[in-house]
Design a protein around this ligand. Sequence first.
Ligand code: NAD
Ligand code: IPM
Ligand code: MN
Length: 359
Amino acid sequence: TKTYRIAVIPGDGIGKEVVPEGVRVLEAAARVYGIGVDFEHFDFASAEYYQAHGQMLPDDWFETLKGFDAIYFGAVGWPDVVPDHVSLWGSLLQFRRHFDQYVNLRPVRLLPGIVSPLAGRAPGDVDFYVVRENTEGEYSSIGGKMFEGTDREVVVQETVMTRQGVDRILDYAFRLAQSRPKKHLTSATKSNGISITMPYWDERVEARAEQYPGIRVDKFHIDILAANFVLHPDWFDVVVASNLFGDILSDLGPACTGTIGVAPSANINPEGTFPSLFEPVHGSAPDIAGKGLANPIGQIWCASMMFDHFGEKEAGAGVLRAIEETLAAGEHLTRDLGGTAGTAELGAAIAERVLGQGG
Ligand code: NAD
Ligand code: IPM
Ligand code: MN
């Protein structure tokens, strides 16, 4: 059996609470499905590490992490100690860029047993992917300040889109759409107002679409697209978006499925040159951190996505099935799901179901 080397980075806040539950389920699935997993834990990318070292990561982080098969990540951010742009640009955003994880794949699925805040919606009505560009776009460090501290202050931050960067995320999204029954791609744009980069994005969508004649393509401006997530979630199959638009849509989508606490994401380097990184969509949730209240399902679903990424499809499906069965049974649920259980109780219940798959 192959042994996968996994770097575990809990980060801050509820990252420290949900990651152990994810590891528990990973270990259970590895046992049941005969997969080797070898974990190495790291305390960097956290406020404590920053307080001790004055930076978020050790200087040799790239060398340290690059040989792993995957990074299993919690959440970063503790604004009382370190400003968010410092902690995030000092850790997660470096991982995404240096490991060229240009795909941020974020499933949006209404799971059984969860009541959607959208009236009358059942599982099946909300089942799509947000494919978020993850290395360029609006998240750029190009820009600056002038006349700082005066009333003539100016701040500028540029959006960067490259031909290669746009085409490769579009190609990933088109291929994902090809693999799905509906064969439908929706592009998020704002080419009416953002008059240089967004028309370019649209132009590349049209150009790449020629290579995928079986795919139905449509586009919406981001404002009405957000509205349609709420009004018509059943219209969507694969939604491709720039970095910032994808960020916003991937909190809105999961909110439509009941709670952002269940939403996973895969930061993928499709070529496999570098490790991919698996983390929930949510952040460190300082408002509930340290209380054992966090929903671990987003983190646990990430374990399923990681197994899928490894090609261990049975294990990936097994973890997702365990999540769905636990939710459908309606027990051991955390507060955001209307229950009273804590993080560890829900994690243990899911791990138990995974072990049960071993017969
Ligand atoms: P957040 O996702 O941490 O929390 C938003 C709200 O959702 C909070 O009320 C929180 O209690 C709730 N919530 C989040 N995850 C939950 C879970 N698993 N179970 C139950 N409730 C949950 O977003 P925020 O408050 O905007 O950000 C807090 C910090 O996290 C900031 O420092 C931010 O920069 C950081 N952040 C990090 C990541 C990441 O590491 N990928 C993502 C988003 C935010
Ligand atoms: C996410 C987060 C990050 C992002 C933040 C914390 C920088 O919101 O992963 O969705 O905007 O990419
Ligand atoms: Mn986000």
